[in-house]
Design a binder for this molecule. Sequence first.
Ligand code: BF8
Ligand code: SF4
Length: 625
Amino acid sequence: MAKNVQDKSIDPATRAMLLEADRAGIETAWDRFEKQQPQCGFGMLGVCCRNCNMGPCRIDPFGEGPDRGVCGATADIIVARNLLRMIAAGAAAHSDHARDAVMTFKEMAEGKARGYQIKDGAKLAALAAEYGISTEDRSPEEVALDLANLLLSEFGKQTGPIQFTRRAPAKRQKVWEAAGIEPRGIDREIVECMHRTHMGVDNDPVHLLLHGLRTSIADGWGGSMIATEVQDVLFGTPTPTTSESNLGVLKADEVNIIVHGHEPILSEMIVAAAEDPEMIALAEKMGAKGISVSGICCTGNEVLMRHGVPTAGNFLQQELAVITGAVEAMVVDVQCVMPALGNLAGCYHTKFISTSPKAEFPGALRMEFREDEALEIAKDIVRAAVENYPNRDRARVNIPKEKTGCMVGFSAEAILGALGGTPKPLIDAIVSGAVRGVGAVVGCNNPKVQHDFGHINLVRELIKNDVLVVTTGCNAIACAKAGLLQPEAAKEAGPGLQAVCEALAVPPVLHMGSCVDISRILVLAAAIADHLGVDISDLPAAGAAPEWMSEKAVSIGAYVIASGVYTVLGTVPPVLGSPEVTDVLTKGTEGVVGASFAVEPDPFKAAKLMIEKIAEKREGLGLGA
Ligand code: BF8
Ligand code: SF4
């Protein structure tokens, strides 16, 4: 049970809900984490293999037991293969999300997905130009159909390159080409990961890891970037807007619907359905003052960025939202949705509604979502939530008071727009030293570390040292809750960054979106590098994932270093059982892609590593450390 809530999270709303869980005798991820202790030592080191039925095999890390599996695979081979499979799974998750977004886009273009439209025609035209699609005398839908088909072909094509990889600086493309890691089709690279890691195929750790980088590039500059771009065309490219964050956004007197998961294809429609006068009238009939939608995880980030829909919290708060007793429906699609929610929802009046044909959960009410009747189905879902309002047990409602304002919506276009259409003002600030560099801080929560502690302390240290922070995913939500996404947070920044933020009236931490939107950070980095005529690896920039847990984060980390950005991980990846793999990831990749990983659980030390790297890159550019 939730003893020592202080140790579990730095977030007061989370602490309050953990105490409430304790009182109610309800188990959360933190309790299940404790029950898992001690976690499997072989698993943590990455030295167990189940890739064939001669196994499972494991390597004795102390050198006393077996040093190879039945087939002869060493710790180095096993660790590299396991890591490759993590990258494959992460790249698959982002890219399959992208595929569904493109399928919806295609159906929209064909007039089959009623309810979806082209919201950003300028972006459609820009993408058409990028793909060489003629726009002359053609309707936007005709152009969109051609674009959809070409985007879909990126998944299955057998030879490269993926078009969006051409957005990388020319020098970066050459690096990939020289290393033989320029990706071909997205699906092809992921399938090849599974092939290579099958028993008896690729058994060279370096060779395996290089393919991991190639697959991850197909994610970052492929699948994830496609998801971001298509979603922008369909739902609009985010522009700065304000909202609120944390569990205090839930309303005591309104129907609360939480959208959780990753695909705005669903959450956009739920947001629209909740604004329908018929639904609002029904809510009033049920005794509620209205309908309030809020988000958890990245689909929350999507609707936060585009509509200012409040975020109720990050990954580890999904169960806590239900424990408030005030949620009529938790509507989910794919990724980062804990299967524990079914049982938990059963202890409250909350309807746990699953919607994706791909993702079923025990204890979920299934309301499958289809693009052809999107708004109708979304209304059915909202109606189910509204009709559940009278079942709310007021005696069990406990909504924490914490909610914090935030400014969000910093797409690459919005950032460049705020700078007058060119990265030059930002570059000038970097050259002058007012802004030392840029830190990209992203990723999950993980009960292995104190919730939000790594995120917030790392970001605070960076801005204090005049490093502008760009953020996505659950880090962005942590920053929102801590007040770091407000222009007033500039007061916490060093004098140079503070002055820049005050001049532009922006926060020192820029929310760039969901995890697929890390592609926005790549686009921004490429724009800055191109402006300077250098490679991304020359820029005074560093990345971090202080509390990462998901396989998607492994793919992200891999493509960030493959793009040339040094990255610090706050939780230890399962690779330490292989000295060779550890060495390649922390040093060897430097010689291949100009960047490597570091592992540093202490956020203050992690910030120092990033600041040192930024200083090194500044010197490299002749800017003075
Ligand atoms: O894609 S940061 S816990 S919600 S995996 Fe999941 Fe991690 Fe959050 Fe978004 Ni990203
Ligand atoms: Fe064991 Fe080799 Fe089979 Fe893995 S592939 S389970 S190491 S025999």
